[in-house]
Ligand binder design. Structure first.
Ligand code: NAP
Length: 253
């Protein structure tokens, strides 16, 4: 069966991830034909960005690529070759429009993962795609709180955060997908600037965790930049889900 007239065919990389899932859901709900790429079986296309396998098949006939895949657990290891492979394969597939997701502050915070993200931004810019930098996701903060709460003393980085739900980032991505390649667009931050120790405290309260919470100040220029809020976008607050509502919905607290 052919495609409906005007229906976009969109490849979402990282479709199994925190952001990729709601991005795919959002785009599908808007009527797009979405296909997902994963290294594991179970999605429409199996492939590995790091070695380029499976990309030609996944990109065949695609109008837009939303690149959400990243080796977030290992500081972006393999991400740069991954972006290179993706863009080269996109060039062979008729140059679909590419939307790339990055992080607020990657150009000023000397953190290894952020260096990789900044270099990847440069490649996407050279290709002629769109780059959206977002602040930390609610899901990421929740993951950090869960991990910290495993210890009897709960250590929380003494930094501000402006968390945003991945679903709200997906809403913005859907708008960008509908537009034209724009290079780097305005950053996107969560609705409130809060402090990480307070968010971890909220988590302990709603889950009944009793550990003593200790805010920690780490040494180094990267942590100093986080402490000064170089990863925030206070003048680009979204109007979406607040941390407290997200936490309540996720924990039933
Ligand atoms: N988390 C945050 O707070 C945050 C904030 C701002 C921006 N961002 C950016 O948003 C993007 C998505 O982050 P996320 O939190 O959703 O990440 P995530 O949950 O860790 O998901 C990463 C995804 O990347 C895929 N992936 C990793 N390496 C791959 C490879 N070599 N080939 C193919 N797929 C690969 C994984 O798929 P499989 O394992 O299924 O292959 C997974 O679906 C990232 O670019 C990140 O830098 C994140």
């Amino acid at each position: 069966m052919g495609r409906r007239e005007g229906m976009k065919r969109i490849l979402v990389t990282g479709i199994t991830g925190t952001l990729g899932r709601p991005v795919a859901g959002m785009l599908r709900s808007l009527g797009a034909e979405v296909r997902g790429l994963s290294r594991r079986p179970g999605q429409d296309f199996q492939g590995d960005l790091a070695d380029g396998s499976g990309l030609d098949a996944a990109l065949n006939g695609v109008d837009v690529v939303v690149h959400c895949a990243s080796n977030t657990r290992r500081l972006g290891r393999g991400d740069l070759p991954g972006v290179r492979n993706l863009l080269t394969a996109a060039g062979r597939a008729g140059r679909p429009y590419v939307v790339f997701v990055s992080i607020v502050g990657v150009d000023v915070i000397p953190y290894p993962y952020y260096r990789v993200k900044l270099a990847a931004e440069g490649l996407v810019e050279g290709y002629g795609g769109t780059i959206l930098r977002a602040t930390q996701f609610h899901e990421f903060v929740l993951g950090g709180a869960r991990l910290a709460a495993r210890l009897p003393v709960v250590f929380a980085p003494d930094v501000p955060v402006q968390p945003i739900s991945a679903r709200d980032v997906a809403v913005r991505i859907a708008e960008l997908v509908d537009g034209q390649p724009a290079g780097r667009v305005a950053d996107l931050g969560g609705p409130e600037v809060l402090r990480a120790p307070d968010l971890f405290r909220d988590y302990l309260r709603v889950t009944g965790g009793g550990g003593r919470l200790v805010p920690v100040r780490l040494p180094g220029t990267a942590f100093g930049a986080f402490r000064r809020g170089a990863h925030l976008a206070p003048s680009h607050r979204s109007v979406g889900e607040r941390w407290a509502d997200f936490l309540r919905a996720r924990t039933g607290g």
